[in-house]
Design a protein around this ligand. Sequence first.
Ligand SMILES: C[S@@+](CC[C@H](N)C(=O)[O-])C[C@H]1O[C@@H](n2cnc3c(N)ncnc32)[C@H](O)[C@@H]1O
Length: 321
Amino acid sequence: MEQIDIHTDFAVDVLSGLSAKQKFLSSKYFYDEKGSKIFQDIMQMPEYYLTDCELEIFKNSQQEILDAFSENNASFDLVELGAGDGIKTKILLSHFLSQKAKFKYSPIDISEDSVVNLVAELNHDLPELKVNGLIGDYFDLMKKIIPNGYTKKIILVLGSNIGNYNEQMSLEFLGKLKDVLYPQDMLFIGFDMKKDPDVILKAYNDPHGHTTAFNLNLLQRINDELNADFNLENFYHKEEYNPQTGTASSFLISKIEQHITINEFSTTIQFTKGERIFMEISQKYDLDIINELALKSGFEVVRNFFDERLYFTNSLWKLKS
Ligand SMILES: C[S@@+](CC[C@H](N)C(=O)[O-])C[C@H]1O[C@@H](n2cnc3c(N)ncnc32)[C@H](O)[C@@H]1O
């Protein structure tokens, strides 16, 4: 298993986010050991429909997905960006193995625990699978993960990963991928579709307290790793959804006027009462937006796989010819 240094990036990003006029933190830092576990709790909430939808798509379309990935049983490399616990991917992996598909699987995640646990589980549950886990930021690892054009690569970006990026960041992400892909390679991306705003808000509006815990855990991580003194009780979580733009936004809000010391930088951060830290977006899409995103970033949509309710799609893309 390979690993790159991520502590320095964390410190620099936290300082620049909390020093900005509109304070923000990067969602890629949610996933330390505790954050990854809380995210598993979120995925299991009945209100968090995204997991069930993607599971349904994989279960119902696993053979069609394999046929689309590999014509005539040709070899391919599956590279998953932000694999998390890989629970949904396992459905595909185990079906592909049962069909004697010739492939390797490389899960990549910035969360060390996610990669270590996933690789250990796969070694146990699917011993015949060839798996190579990579720990680090996939933006840094792009070139490394796709080193040659000899074997077809299928890049998986599942769940709500791409939805955590606004349009500009998505284009940057897809543009970097485009630069390292070869004409036969493909992308397989999960997109959460626009739907009844109540359904969307219920997925993030925390009936079980998991989403609040997930967001506050990043403040705890800053306390632990950068020697800061956030009092978690002085913040609460709020979700907003704009049906026009399809953007769900997540915030932590300061309950009081307060200042926080981050000893790693000998810095004090001031909060007014009601001031927000912008935590992440979860973008929702429609087919026009997906097609446009593909075209703008140099790809074209080959096919979309849907669940029955049309809540979610896994969209298969190839480079624009
Ligand atoms: C929303 S979770 C989804 C996990 C999984 N794809 C799923 O569908 O269940 C996002 C995952 O992407 C990882 N991640 C986010 N940004 C990343 C980055 N820049 N580089 C590597 N991993 C990243 C996180 O650590 C986390 O495990």
